[in-house]
Design a protein around this ligand. Structure first.
Ligand SMILES: NC(=O)c1ccc[n+]([C@@H]2O[C@H](COP(=O)([O-])OP(=O)(O)OC[C@H]3O[C@@H](n4cnc5c(N)ncnc54)[C@H](O)[C@@H]3O)[C@@H](O)[C@H]2O)c1
Length: 357
């Protein structure tokens, strides 16, 4: 890497698990970004991360980081409930924002955030990092250029009971602090809602990435032996028939993927747990040639690639490859609609939902 590359000066809010496992390393390794500042109210955590990753500045107070004129962009890596206030404050201070998923926890707050984004003229990208999986990108390119009309999409995201044995083996040791700032009410008290926010938003964003706007959902939820399984019938605006399966946790290996039937071909994708940093196996069958193609050996650091994409938008005016504010809002609306549909037992239109997920 040459030294004359312009690097986006990034400040990271939150030194918790996601920053330790993904964002700090991403900012240090990125070709076009720099880990300029970190911020956390937990002094022990922040000092330890400053010693490990050597940012130029280390802030206890978020407002002080936002007042630093050298910080150009903020990664919001806090609990879900703090995303919107933290993103809004950053925009107000003139910073660009990469906000962890889900964008927020209620329809009203994310709609209000959109007004802040528009007013500020800054870039806001949502951390739906699967859009930076080269396998998913190859599927998207085929859909946009060659696939013709879509008939149907099935997608599944099934967390595994064995995920921690695997993530503990590959992630850095995650440091916890009793001083970390958490929402007043523990989000895990309402597990049904927590799992939808934590995992459902990934599945919904993947479905929307491929098949576009979701207009209506009808969902059923099965709860047994501590496991949760949502089966969701999905109507897409373009007429694609959709079915989503969100299960936490299956008694098997991580099970995530998608199947798409189109006019000129089909796609079958298998996605790995993200912490393997392994690009999805995506088989694209072309009816015209009768052959299947698969991306192999691509760079699978989705978190670093999402940061590089974000920096490219800001520094070079590149088109946004990630999820924008409207995508973030659509995910929150879809999660809310699924929750309402589970309660009512009937279909729910996304345009009509309000309130908290
Ligand atoms: N994209 C992914 O694959 C992925 C994976 C895991 C988590 N996440 C998301 O990342 C987010 C963060 O998760 P986490 O487990 O790291 O959270 P966490 O709550 O454990 O850590 C957040 C840290 O931010 C600090 N903080 C919060 N508000 C602050 C403020 N105003 N000023 C200073 N410090 C503040 C806290 O003290 C805490 O240390 C969540 O929204 C989660 O959904 C994404």
């Amino acid at each position: 890497m040459s030294d004359d590359i312009r690097r986006l000066k990034v400040g990271i809010l939150g030194c918790g698990p996601i920053s330790q496992a993904a964002h700090f390393e991403s900012a240090v390794k990125a070709r076009n970004a720099e880990l300029f500042a970190i911020c956390d109210v937990a002094d022990d955590l922040r000092d330890r991360m400053a010693a490990t990753y050597a940012p130029r500045k280390s802030y206890r107070d978020y407002d002080a980081m936002l007042a630093d004129p050298e910080v150009e962009a903020v990664i919001v890596a806090t609990s879900d409930a703090f995303h919107v206030p933290a993103a809004s404050a950053a925009l107000e201070a003139g910073k660009h924002v990469l906000c962890e998923k889900p964008l927020g926890v209620s329809v009203e707050e994310v709609e209000a955030l959109k007004r802040d984004v528009v007013r500020s003229g800054r870039v806001l990208q949502v951390g739906h990092m699967k859009r930076f999986d080269a396998g998913l990108q190859s599927a998207k390119a085929f859909i946009d250029a060659e696939m013709g009309e879509l008939l149907a999409l099935k997608a599944w995201y099934c967390d595994s009971t064995h995920r921690y044995a695997m993530t503990d083996a590959v992630q850095p040791p995650i440091i916890k602090s009793s001083k970390a700032r958490k929402p007043e009410q523990d989000p895990k008290q309402d597990l049904e809602r927590y799992l939808m926010l934590a995992h459902g938003c990934h599945l919904l964003d993947t479905a929307r990435y491929f098949a576009g706007e979701i207009t209506e959902v009808e969902a059923r939820l099965s709860k047994r032996f501590g496991a949760y399984c949502w089966f969701v019938d999905v109507a897409f605006a373009n007429g694609t028939l959709g079915h989503l399966d969100l299960t936490v946790a299956v008694r098997m290996d991580w099970h995530e993927g998608f199947q798409i039937y189109g006019q000129n071909g089909s796609i079958l994708g298998k996605t790995y747990n993200p912490w393997y940093y392994k690009t999805s196996d995506v088989d694209i069958f072309r009816e015209s040639t009768g052959t299947t193609a698969r991306v192999l050996g691509a760079d699978g650091h989705f978190y670093r690639r999402q940061l590089e994409g974000f920096a490219d938008v800001i520094l070079n005016g590149a088109p946004m490859a990630g999820a924008d504010i409207d995508d973030g809002i659509a995910s929150v609306r879809a999660m809310t609609a699924i929750a309402r549909s589970v309660k009512s037992g009937g279909p729910v239109r996304l345009s009509e939902v309000s309130g908290a997920v």
